[in-house]
Structures are given as C-alpha cells and as structure tokens.
Design a protein around this ligand. Sequence first.
Ligand code: MG
Length: 329
Amino acid sequence: MPEKLSDLGEFGFIRRITSGLPPHDAVIEGIGDDCAVVRAGETVLLVTSDAAVEEVHFSLSLAAPEDIGWRAATAAISDIAAMGGKPLCLTLSLALPAHTPVAVAEALFQGVRAATEAHDTAIAGGDTTQSRAHIYLDITVIGTPVSRYVVRRGAQEGDVLAVTGYPGRAAAGLYALQQGIDASQAPWRELIGAHLHPHARIREGQWLAAHAAVHAMMDVSDGLLQDAGHLADASGLGIHLHSGKIPVAAALEQARPQLESSPLELVLAGGEDYELLLALAPAEAETLCRQFEDEFGLPLTLIGECEGAWRGLQLDGTPTAPKGYDHFR
Ligand SMILES: [Mg+2]
C-alpha cells in the first residue's frame, strides 16, 4: 500500500516537505510560526496564509456566506495578532463552482470585507477561479510588527503559560449549529456567535508584544492542548497545564446539560476562538494579567508552566497527547 497523508498526519507531512528548504536572505523567520517574518529593504513584514474549504472548514448548510467570509478572513488576520503585529492588507483567492448563485459569492466577499474593515485591513488583490465542486477561500495577510514581533519558540524554562479570554466557546457553537439547537436562546446565542463571528486579538497582541515579559505567543486555532504542544515543541520545553486553572466561560457551563463533551474538553480540544496563548516571565505574570484585564476587560489567565526537564505536554501531572485538529487524520 502506498503511504497516505492520513498515515503521516498534517504536521508530519509539513515536516517532510519543508525539511530540505534552503535558507534565504529575505526570510528571518520561516515555516513553523503563525507568520513568516520577511525582510523588505529596511523594514520587516509579517506574512501568513490561510485556506478555508467548503465541507472541511465550513458548510453553507450551517452558516450564512457572510459569516463564512468573516470567519475565513478573521482566522487569517489572527495570525498577525499572534505575532503582536498590525495587519496591513490581504489578498483573497476565491475558487467557486460555476453554478454558485451570484448572491452567495457576493455575500462571501462581503463577509471578508466586513472582517477586514473591523480589523483595519485593506483588501489589496486576489484571484478568482472556477472549482469543480466546492468553494475555497485562500487568504494571504501582510502585516508589520508594531513594537516587536513575538515568536512561538521564545518560551523559557520556568515561564508561566497564559491564555486570553475563554477558548472553547466556538467549538460549542459549532456543535449547536450541527445539532440544530435554537440559536436565539442564551447561552447558545453567545456560543454560536463565538463560532460564526470571532474577532482577532489585534490590539491585545500588540499590547502583549510591547511587554518584554512576554517570551512566546501564538493564537489558539487548532485547540488549546494541540497549540500548547506546538509552543512546547517550538521552544524545546515541556508544558504542564492545570485543568483547574483553565478558564471556562459561564455560557459553556450553562450549556453543559446539552453538550456531548464536557466544557473542559471543549476548551482543551476546541480551537477557532482565536484567543492568544503566551509564555510569560513568572515574576511579572500576575501584574501583567491584572493590567491586561484593566486594559481590555478580558481575562488573561495563568494555566500552566514551562518545564525544562522533559518535553511534551502534561495535564495535571499526566502526559497527554496534544488533542486537536489535524487535517489528514
Ligand atoms: Mg496561528
């Protein structure tokens, strides 16, 4: 049997195809972070691309085309937030079957446009092409650091791990849509809103990057456990998470009786809320959390520590596999 992508997994495949890439003067930080960091004359640019594929990332049976466009653009812009940058512009490549109603195609674009306006980003170009069966949106965002950019691999032994806001709500919102739960009632309104209409933490990322105590940062897009695993791997450390410290939104608790997974499981395995995950110098962590909450009215919660004696991920002292999204498994 020939080897299949499902044998390798998404991240194994990425490692395989990128392992022999030669260095290039233009590339300061290459593959493996939320954005590439690229030299452009005297200045530095952040570059990221993100694809959204019908029936993989979205379904027109579950979400309005405006919401699909919004989410695709926000997901891409969030990678600029993850570096502490400011988005400048994006390009959008759209592949659509010829039978797509014009109103649907226009609404997808309007959703992308609304997200760019909400995040002070221009639509600077793109491409349109026919697809045979499904809709594809491929978005490249270009941004620039404000004070400095923060990479994933900067975590240090003894750092504490922190997360913004309440991840897991978007996963519960998607579940509600799949189950046909009435979206107009609390707590589902909030949860479905988190799924359909996320915001990239641009201002928060810039604020955090301006603090030297922030050693590493990324956005949570694949799930808190999986992304914590990526941060641990990139930094060559172990990360120990404490389930009792992980923030669970009140809406998620209220939804518990109707959920298939526990609220905590949704927080650990759910991504796509586009919260930020960061490693902080321990001495300044408590103060920074307080200041962050004062500034943004949003919690910054300490959920674990970075350890030097071992690699990988532990939850409450037990080694754990980084559960989350893998495109080929
Ligand atoms: Mg990311």
